[in-house]
Design a protein around this ligand. Structure first.
Ligand code: KG4
Ligand code: ZN
Length: 375
């Protein structure tokens, strides 16, 4: 490659957001990035009716939006940089919703063939982890950002325990070095975000449920007429697994036994929201700290849509202060927690910098891709 820097096009369509980003990555030693474009087309309004993501509808929206977003991103990149010719394509290949993933992957493959470009397949979970290295530098729509000072070279960070909590996943992952992962535990049924979404739907709070529950929970004031108590599933089991479907069922039983006027009352909705949020937070923090202690990690990384929850972030930081040994804590800025293509672009940049070789031609989708397996 003639140029020392690299222009990366990143595509993310694993769930219900169509995302495209274009970045310029600096030469290998410098690890610098410039965001040329970062676009997200959210389908929230479409899926709101269903209270969750409807995969075939999401696929259709991705098909409609992706080419438009790509054209717009290219234009933005042309005006943001003297050189904007794409050198490399990065695309999320899994895990995620299969029909949705194929839209991004087919688009990437078509473009790679036409422009004779290499592709780096990206694991969605890995990109949520790498989002924690970014720091926004402005407040414009491109989400301008740089690497957090002191962290970009990943020096003195390993071993790391990563908690990725989203609408589709809840996993505790041990990272011994870049690219070397071991899943320590994961949910046996529903993901944490899914639990937020389902309980919010039950309460009539709409989709996505996490932010809606967070708002109601924050309004919980002393003197509420109701006290809701929910279980903390699997919290004391000697493993790093989670189970959130039992929590959802307990919430449903509690709801069903209430009188109609109580169910709809704002006091009950707030009490239920606060207890749901706290039950999820308690289990997530307890298990992550246990994994961090057992594996003597130097760093904890939190990522995924649920990581945008302020109370979770606050309580994690508080808990870490009370530990005997010092652990670094990295969490993405809230705008980088939910799905975006910037996190895909920077993950691909690390792959490029560290020279991790992939068979770029045999790229395919794997809806159940595991981070510990090679793509
Ligand atoms: O990572 P993400 O954008 O998509 C997946 O990969 O699934 O995560 C979306 C999930 C949804 O379940 C949503 O309710 C949850 O993240 N979420 C939140 C918050 N913001 C988004 N959960 C709790 N609190 C929030 N503030
Ligand atoms: Zn995600």
């Amino acid at each position: 490659m003639k140029n020392k820097n690299i222009i990366i096009l990143a595509i993310e369509t694993s769930c219900d957001d169509t995302c495209v980003a274009l970045i310029k990555g600096g030469e290998k030693k410098k690890l610098k990035i410039k965001v040329l474009s970062n676009l997200i087309s959210s389908q929230v309004k479409i899926h709101q009716k269903y209270g969750g993501v409807y995969p075939f509808l999401a696929k259709r929206e991705h098909q409609k939006n992706l080419p438009l977003l790509f054209e717009k991103a290219k234009k933005e990149a042309e005006s943001a940089s003297r050189r904007s010719k794409i050198d490399l394509i990065a695309v999320t290949v899994g895990p995620g919703l299969e029909p949705c993933l194929w839209v991004g992957v087919n688009f990437a493959k078509g473009l790679a063939k036409k422009l004779k470009l290499p592709i780096i397949p990206i694991n969605h979970i890995e990109s949520h982890i790498f989002a924690s290295l970014l720091m926004p530098t402005g407040s414009n729509s491109k989400f301008d950002c740089c690497f957090k000072p002191g962290f970009k070279h990943l020096n003195n960070m390993f071993p790391i325990v990563c908690l990725v909590v989203s609408g589709g996943h809840t996993q505790l992952i041990l990272m011994r070095e870049f690219g070397k992962y071991k899943i320590l535990g994961e949910t046996r049924d529903d993901a944490a975000g899914e639990c937020f979404d389902k309980i919010a739907r039950m309460l009539g709070l709409g989709y996505p449920g996490g932010p809606a529950i967070e708002i109601e929970a924050s309004k919980k004031v002393k003197g509420l007429k109701f006290k809701v108590t929910l279980p903390r599933p699997m919290i004391h089991q000697k493993n790093y697994d989670f189970s959130f479907s039992g929590l959802k069922t307990a919430a449903l039983y509690n709801y069903k036994k209430q009188k109609p006027n109580v169910k709809k009352s704002i006091d009950y909705i707030r009490a239920m929201s606060a207890e749901t949020q706290q039950a999820i937070i308690d289990v997530l923090i307890y298990k992550t700290i246990k994994a961090a202690k057992d594996h003597k990690v130097k760093t904890i990384i939190l990522g995924g849509g649920v990581a945008a929850n302020d109370e979770l972030r606050k309580q994690f930081k508080y808990k870490l202060k009370t530990l005997n040994h010092k652990v670094k804590f990295l969490v993405p800025s809230k705008i980088f927690c939910t799905d975006n293509a910037l996190m895909v672009a920077i993950t691909a940049y690390y792959h490029w910098v560290l020279g991790i070789k992939k068979d770029w031609k045999k790229i395919t989708v794997n809806a159940n891709l595991r981070i510990e397996n090679e793509i």
